[in-house]
Design a protein around this ligand. Sequence first.
Ligand code: MRU
Length: 370
Amino acid sequence: MSGNVRTIAWTGEALRIIDQTALPDRLEYLDLRDVGELVSAIRRLAVRGAPALGAAGAYGVALAMSQGAREGWDERAVAAAVAQVRTARPTAVNLAVGVDRVAPLMSRGLPAVLAEAAAVVAEDVAANRAMGVHGADWIQTRVPRPGPAAPGAPPPRGLRLLTHCNAGALATTEWGTALGVVRELHARGLVEMVYVDETRPLLQGARLTAWELGRAGIPHRVQVDGAAASTICRGLVDVAVIGADRIAANGDTANKIGSLGVALACADAGVPFVVAAPWTTIDLGLPSGADIPIEQRSEDEVLGWGGTRTAPQVSGGFNPAFDVTPARLVTALVTETGVLEISAGQTPAGAAAAARPAAGPATLWDTAAG
Ligand code: MRU
């Protein structure tokens, strides 16, 4: 597929990732050979985005095992290295989910761990494709666009979308969650424009989302985060589509800082606010978003840019990396199993409970509402 990238791959001896800090200037790959390199890559966002972190976590277990074998670690040292990977960043639950899925296989040896990590990647790719179709179907049928007023009038114009941060192929293993929906709508000829929030402080929107949309030939405009509310309230946006880092059982959604402001503006303007995320991002163990751990990053990221200080030396910084949008502001949650209309009262907990008696907790297909 044109413009497609694979964010993470196992080379046989290293975890190869796209170095997202070099984009959009250079498409460079990093071969990570030990746990220290992986943890550092996660913390400085060389690899980032919730589902990509899930895959990195799964392969991180393999890295801990192979480094342990090379360097003669005992079991406790390997377990400590695995724990380092698991906690490298706190908000995206996928990281811990990826580690926890693969770690129990360590006793069966490296090939078993690698096979399970490959399954994590394959499932993520399939989930993204399914989310793209479910989300595009929902938007196509539920989001109004000015249509023909009379017989013979021109067809409805294309959709105007807004997205925040990067929830594309780079944030997953391939294709994307929110951008997967946008890609599918574009393939159906339905996209007029995507407004891309630049996403301060690290510019995942301006650097990464814009790069992906450009490669895919999807029309887009980058705007400063401060423009989003105005763009929405002026009627320039039909629907906002974002990803998520962790979703609580009631539908409260943590995503990149600034997402809450987008949701509030959408609620005021009557614009649907749609979250696209796989079930691996849903933390059914948390009843609400109040308990989602929010990563606090270095104040240097907001006090300057590109190594140059922009704020006065006397100023302090405040840099929460994520915010939590309450479920009442989330119009729809698109997962690989279908769409939940969250602000209408559907919840991940309810969908999981409904799926459980028939098929067990792992099978959540057929929970679609729309
Ligand atoms: O700090 P980041 O870049 O890892 O934050 C990523 C996001 O907030 C994404 O929107 C989210 O992980 C969804 S990725 C499909």
